[in-house]
Design a protein around this ligand. Sequence first.
Ligand code: C2E
Ligand code: MG
Ligand code: MG
Length: 314
Amino acid sequence: MFTSASIGIALSSTVDYDQPEDVIRDADTAMYRAKTQGKARYELFNPEMYAIAVARLQLENDLRRAIEREEFRVFYQPIVSLISGSVVSFEALVRWQHPKRGLLSPADFIPLAEETGLIVSIGYWVLYEATRQMQTWQVSHCSHSLEKISVNLSIKQFSQPDLTEQIRQILSETGLAPTSLVLEITESVIMENGAQATEELFQLRDLGIELSIDDFGTGYSSLGRLNSLPISILKIDRSFISPINASSKNLEIIEIIITLAHKLGVSAIAEGVETKEQLALLKKLNCESVQGYFFSEPLDSLAATALITANPKW
Ligand code: C2E
Ligand code: MG
Ligand code: MG
């Protein structure tokens, strides 16, 4: 058996201590720092760590209250079909309207939400809100080409044994057809969660929900697993799209991912399309759909409604 320890050290020569509790507290802060930097190492306490720990604690407290205070917002980014040139779906992307810090992006709070488990209730709220909004759009714009709403699911949400039941409940409350919902998962969900996640994916598919692999190409998937799972979309990560031009190596990778998708019988969506050139190349490669700032940034629900009404064609 191998064991390892993370060690935090507080020195009386760096801080003037009066109370033994304070030394322990600082050593503890340094120990947590050592843990987050990777296991089996030591860290020396410095006052800056204390400031970081306090800021984190503050953020965690704010995050715990954010749901009941209704501070989260869902933004919507259009996904455009390259076959019809119209908006066929939206991806729901969460934002946090922080009372002091303004509108925060997922990068500022999703990692902490995942660490603390708060992502489970945030994810539930986003799913509910996005589903409700989509149902409203389907009623108000029934002749529009809009087919689906896509919602990101965190790996942490798969640890709930009643995930499928919760989603079924949300759909029945909001009245949205399961076939109008796409759930985006990352490669890690398939690879790390094994049998239970697989079971849940099949249950979701049996309800009629579509499943999509987000950020494809950045993680690690076994092609065998991929082939045996009920996935219908691969989203090509924007890190492959942003550097492309007609001669780049990335172009070959994109071509391979699109071919792989088609061989597996699923469709491909390119993320992060920002230029006309990228769009032209993706069209040539028979990519089904595209998403990115070239078409639109994520929009609040009012602006997204205006976009649906304007019904632009690309
Ligand atoms: P994602 O699911 O891959 O979402 C795409 C991200 O790329 C979004 O960032 C979007 O604003 C950004 N993006 C779209 N087009 C472009 C482009 O042309 N150029 C560039 N540079 N960026 C573009 P955002 O909204 O900051 O979200 C970041 C990540 O946070 C998402 O990546 C997703 O993994 C996560 N996330 C967002 N909302 C949720 C949620 O409700 N639940 C969970 N679990 N994760 C979420
Ligand atoms: Mg996504
Ligand atoms: Mg993505």
